[in-house]
Design a binder for this molecule. Structure first.
Ligand SMILES: O=C(O)CCC(=O)C(=O)O
Length: 273
């Protein structure tokens, strides 16, 4: 039997808390390459380049920022066609970790680079599974710190153990003026044991998609940046109609890396009405 790649502490945290940290997981060249590429993409799209495969989501409260990247919140669907993002998503070490918690057949279905510039809002308490509604509901997220995540620049907070909860249905749209597209907030759930997840650039958080989490506002004068991927067991049934930010890409089959077709796939916006 192959030795586990996860430490006992990581296994215990996965079972008891619904997440674990892999410290110092990504090299500086990788995370800096990600930031550089997102800046290039943001500027090119702002200048009119057509990228029907990517979904750009602005930071509503920063619409007056002088640069394209300064006005950006997220770019979704970068994993397939953009080399630096595809290479990380299919990194052998990452797939080996994921297969320990998800099995031998895995798809990556969501990829998003998140810029949180000074003044950007955090995302309220939510469970990613609220958005996904998949069967089986066994999705796993990975959040790569591309910069440090400090108390001031809007780190993640989690409620350890909440991965055992069902999807909370008492949820309202984020009431803050200027809140970003899609932000919602769970109502009335106990957050008294919340934990702040401080990270050094290059650290990776692996988390269960029922885990309640949020991020806070960036009140520092530097940016916080993260690259986030979500994975699912192959064969998952998607029951939710809000799927236009997804792009399903097989990454592991029978325990072996799958060859990814890097041809861009335009967003399917569904049929109106
Ligand atoms: O990075 C953030 O600020 C929030 C990210 C998050 O909560 C998510 O991707 O579900």
């Amino acid at each position: 039997m192959r030795a586990s790649l996860l430490t006992e502490e990581q296994h215990e945290s996965w079972d008891a808390n619904g997440y674990f940290l892999a410290k110092d997981f990504a090299a500086a060249s990788v995370r800096e390459g990600m930031i550089d590429r997102i800046v290039e993409l943001a500027r090119a799209i702002d200048d009119g380049e057509e990228r029907p495969d990517l979904l750009v989501s602005p930071e509503n409260t920063l619409s007056d920022a002088p640069t394209a990247e300064g006005r950006l919140s997220k770019i979704f669907r970068v994993m397939r066609s953009e080399d630096v993002f595809r290479e990380f998503a299919t990194d052998d070490r990452l797939l080996a970790i994921l297969s320990e918690v998800m099995g031998r057949d895995i798809d990556c279905f969501l990829s998003q680079f998140i810029f949180k510039q000074p003044g950007a809002m955090g995302q309220p308490w939510h469970q990613d599974e609220w958005y996904f509604r998949m069967d089986p509901p066994k999705q796993v997220g990975v959040w790569l710190a591309c910069t440090d995540a400090t108390p001031e620049n809007g780190p993640l907070w989690v409620v350890p153990g909440s991965h055992r909860e069902l999807v909370h249905e008492d949820v309202v749209e984020d009431p803050r003026p200027g809140a970003n597209m899609g932000y919602v907030e769970i109502q009335g759930a106990d957050t008294s044991n919340e934990q702040q997840i401080l990270m050094t650039a290059g650290d990776l958080l692996v988390f269960d998609c029922h885990l309640r989490h949020r991020s806070t506002n960036n009140v520092s004068d530097g940016m916080r940046a993260a690259m986030v991927y979500h994975y699912s067991p192959a064969g998952t049934e998607v029951t939710h109609e809000f799927t236009f930010n997804q792009d399903w890409v097989p990454v592991l089959r029978d325990g072996r890396p799958a060859l990814v077709d890097a041809t861009p796939v335009p967003i399917d916006w569904g049929t109106p009405g």
